[in-house]
Design a protein. Structure first.
Length: 386
């Protein structure tokens, strides 16, 4: 702000907060074309009425909902709106900062939010008197006092982007965005869900079936795979792979693996929402008439190494159905590995990073983990609807 105020060549100052995600590449050009002293793009939290403007003010100068607020936020009415408050992203003419709003305290007042201070200064501003006439002649004062305030405008003619929620953002993890599936699901999905996942429901060619009733489809982005692995290695408390396991009810595991449970890294709540929102709909598509609860007690990341635990003996899963997501690249990060379904003598030996196997758990799909002969293989497992 100060640099634009002090620089006569600065035509505009664009303020952009960290909680703004602009998805329209033409945002700045659109705002410039408005040629307003102060103008802002409409931004909202995904699926909510929370936005970056107020439609009206209460008597004490705080938020009040205007009659048309909801219609503006939902873009049922579009236009350029004169508003009493805006925040998060706005364009200000440099001449305004060097003119009527040149005072250094235009954004500062006690402990008040800077945007609130700025908007109040704009609303309360009294423009300077006009310059004296060039020729000496008798003049009369205007019978109308100068208009108070600088108008602030908001445009919702276009989709510009969204606001993210930061109130409950936890910074205690290695990859904190993993935990944002509740607060900012649109951004979470863009970052962590495979871009082809939505196409599963319209394009049958995406879904593979390498073995009877063993379905194979994209679910995670590369970033999700990497972040899960890095988060687990950062935590570092891998199980010993023995039958004795105090983490589970009864303390005994029939078919142990070297793993870390989602509960150990406080990720189970987020993982269960992932199962409900992204696995359950696919399951319903695959198995007509079955509507999964998508609940799982056993959710964990497994690590296979030749010198640690290279394989897993034949077993049934304690689930109605199981997902098995490959978290790294076969043939690059590890050699060997895969799953063999013994009843059908059918193997999946080249797992694709970010793709999951989905198969029935009990009775029909007795299976084993094939030996990892080199490198380190990581997979994410859930025993769903046990």
């Amino acid at each position: 702000r100060s640099s634009c105020r002090d620089d006569p060549t600065c035509d505009f100052y664009f303020s952009l907060d960290a909680d703004v995600v602009l998805t329209n590449r033409a945002t700045l050009r659109i705002l410039l074309q408005q040629n307003r002293k102060i103008v802002s793009p409409l931004l909202t939290r995904a699926g909510k009425l929370w936005s970056n403007f107020w439609g009206a003010l209460s008597p004490d100068g705080f938020y009040a909902r205007s009659e048309d607020y909801v219609d503006i936020v939902q873009r049922k009415r579009t236009g350029v709106w004169n508003v009493p408050y805006l925040a998060s992203a706005y364009l200000v003419q440099g001449a305004l900062l060097r003119g009527e709003m040149r005072k250094p305290d235009v954004f500062v007042r006690d402990n008040t939010d800077p945007d609130m201070v700025f908007c109040r200064r704009a609303r309360d501003l009294v423009p300077p008197p006009p310059p004296p006439p060039r020729h000496h002649r008798r003049t009369f004062p205007s019978t109308h006092p100068p208009t108070k305030g600088v108008f602030m405008y908001l445009t919702n003619h276009h989709e510009f982007g969204r606001l993210i929620s930061t109130e409950n953002y936890n910074t205690t993890h290695l990859h904190n965005d993993l935990w944002q599936i509740f607060e900012n699901q649109v951004d979470w999905q863009e970052k962590y869900i495979h871009p082809n996942w939505t196409n599963i429901f319209t394009d049958d060619s995406i879904m593979k079936q390498p073995c009877p009733d063993v379905f194979w489809f994209p679910i995670f982005s590369d970033v999700m795979c990497d972040h899960l692995v890095e988060e687990m290695e950062h935590y570092g408390q891998w199980s010993g792979g023995s039958n004795k396991d105090e983490r589970i009810s009864g303390g005994y595991e029939n078919v142990p693996t070297i793993d870390i449970h989602m509960t150990q890294v406080n990720f189970e709540r987020e993982w269960l929402k992932f199962l409900r929102d992204y696995i359950a709909p696919v399951t319903t598509k695959l198995f007509a008439g079955y509507y999964p609860k998508a609940y799982a007690v056993m959710n964990f990341i497994v690590r296979y190494r030749p010198d640690e635990q290279p394989s897993l003996r034949p077993h049934h899963d304690s689930s109605t159905f199981t997902i098995n997501v490959a978290l790294n690249h076969a043939g690059i990060d590890f050699q060997g590995g895969g799953s063999r379904f013994i009843r059908y003598n059918c193997s999946v030996t080249s797992p694709i990073k970010g793709w999951t196997l989905l198969h029935p758990g009990r009775l029909t799909h007795y299976h084993e983990g094939l030996p990892t002969t080199g490198g380190t293989r990581y997979i994410a497992i859930s025993f769903i609807d046990p």
